[in-house]
Design a binder for this molecule. Structure first.
Ligand code: ATP
Ligand code: MG
Length: 283
C-alpha cells in the first residue's frame, strides 16, 4: 500500500485529485477524512497543508506527495523529485514599487524584503553577493511596501494582477514552479513498483492534455499536402474510403493548432473534418 500526501484544500487540491481520477484511481472523497483509501488501486491519500507535505514525504510518513516545487525548494529537505505535473504553474519573483528605478539585484543591498520564502531568497542573494534584510511574513506579502513593512517583496506571481493592484512591478524572476510528484528517497522495491505504475499513468494523462484527435477525408491526389499540414506524433493513420479516390487521415494534433490546420486542409479540398476529445494517450 502506497501513501500519497495531497493538499487538503487550496490551489493544488482539485487538480491533484483530478489527476488521480483521470489516472483511473478512485478515491472515496465524499467525506474527506485525513486519510482515505482508493477502492481500485493500492494507495491511500493523506490530506495535509501544503507546507507539511515535503517533510511528511522526506521522513517517510507518506511515500509520495504532490506539492509545488516552490515549497520543496523552500523546505530544502531530502526528497526525490519524480515528475513535473504541469499544473500549479507560477513563478517566484522580486517586486518593488512601480515608480522606483531598478538597477539590478544590487538595488536590494541594505533594503528590506517581505516574503514567505526566506530560504529561497537567502540562497538567491547569497549567490548574487547582496546583503538585504529578509522579513518573513506568512500572508498578504504584497501589501508590505504600502504599509512601510518592506521596500520590496518576494512572492508567487502568476498573471501579475495582484502586483499591479498593489502598485508593484516585477523586477526579477528567481524561479519557475509547478506541481511536482515527490518521493521518499530509497523506497523499497514493492513501493517503487507501484510508484512506477502511477507515474506511467500520470504520463499518459498529461500527454493527452491539450491534444485532440482529428479525422479528415482527403482526395487521394492531395494526400501528400494533407500529411504535410498534419504531421502526427508518429505517422498519421491513412485509410481508404469506400468512395474510390478518397482517403481518411487520422492524427493527434495540438488543440491550439486545430483551427489553423482545419482551415489549411479545407483549402486543399479536404472534407468532413472531425475533431474528437482524447481521453488517454498510452504509449
Ligand atoms: P495551505 O493551506 O495548504 O498551506 P497555501 O495557502 O499555502 O495552502 P495555496 O495558495 O493553496 O497555498 O497554493 C498552493 C501552491 O499552488 C503554491 O505553493 C504554488 O505552488 C501554487 N500556486 C500558488 N499561487 C498560484 C497561482 N496564482 N497560480 C498558480 N499556482 C499557484
Ligand atoms: Mg501553505
Amino acid at each position: 500500500m502506497l501513501r500519497i500526501a495531497l493538499q487538503s484544500k487550496g490551489r493544488l487540491n482539485e487538480k491533484s485529485l483530478e489527476l488521480l481520477r483521470e489516472a483511473g484511481i478512485s478515491i472515496d472523497d465524499n467525506n474527506r477524512r485525513l486519510l482515505s483509501k482508493s477502492s481500485n488501486f493500492p494507495v491511500e491519500v493523506l490530506y495535509l497543508r501544503d507546507d507539511d507535505i515535503p517533510q511528511t514525504v522526506s521522513c517517510g510518513i507518506a511515500d509520495i506527495g504532490i506539492v509545488g516545487l516552490n515549497e520543496v525548494m523552500e523546505r530544502g529537505l531530502e526528497v526525490d523529485i519524480l515528475q513535473h505535473l504541469g499544473f500549479g504553474k507560477c513563478r517566484l519573483s522580486l517586486a518593488i514599487p512601480k515608480n522606483a528605478v531598478y538597477s539590478g539585484p544590487e538595488y536590494f543591498e541594505g533594503r528590506k524584503i517581505a516574503t514567505s520564502y526566506p530560504a529561497i531568497l537567502r540562497n538567491y542573494f547569497r549567490e548574487k553577493n547582496v546583503n538585504c534584510e529578509i522579513r518573513e511574513i506568512a500572508g498578504s506579502v504584497e501589501i508590505s511596501p504600502a504599509i512601510g513593512l518592506a521596500d520590496g517583496i518576494f512572492d508567487i506571481v502568476s498573471s501579475g494582477g495582484t502586483l499591479i493592484q498593489n502598485g508593484l512591478a516585477e523586477v526579477e524572476k528567481v524561479m519557475d514552479s509547478d506541481a511536482v510528484l515527490i518521493g521518499t528517497p530509497g523506497l523499497g522495491e514493492e513501493k517503487m513498483d507501484l510508484v512506477g505504475k502511477l507515474m506511467s499513468r500520470f504520463t499518459s494523462v498529461l500527454r493527452s492534455r491539450g491534444k485532440k484527435y482529428m479525422l479528415v477525408n482527403v482526395p487521394n491526389d492531395r494526400i501528400e499536402e494533407a500529411l504535410a499540414i498534419i504531421p502526427s506524433m508518429k505517422s498519421p493513420t491513412l485509410l481508404p474510403l469506400a468512395d474510390k479516390g478518397w482517403s481518411a487521415i487520422h492524427a493527434v494534433v495540438d488543440e491550439s493548432e486545430v483551427w489553423d490546420k482545419a482551415d489549411k486542409l479545407k483549402k486543399i479540398g479536404a472534407e468532413d473534418i472531425l475533431i474528437l476529445s482524447m481521453e488517454k494517450l498510452i504509449v
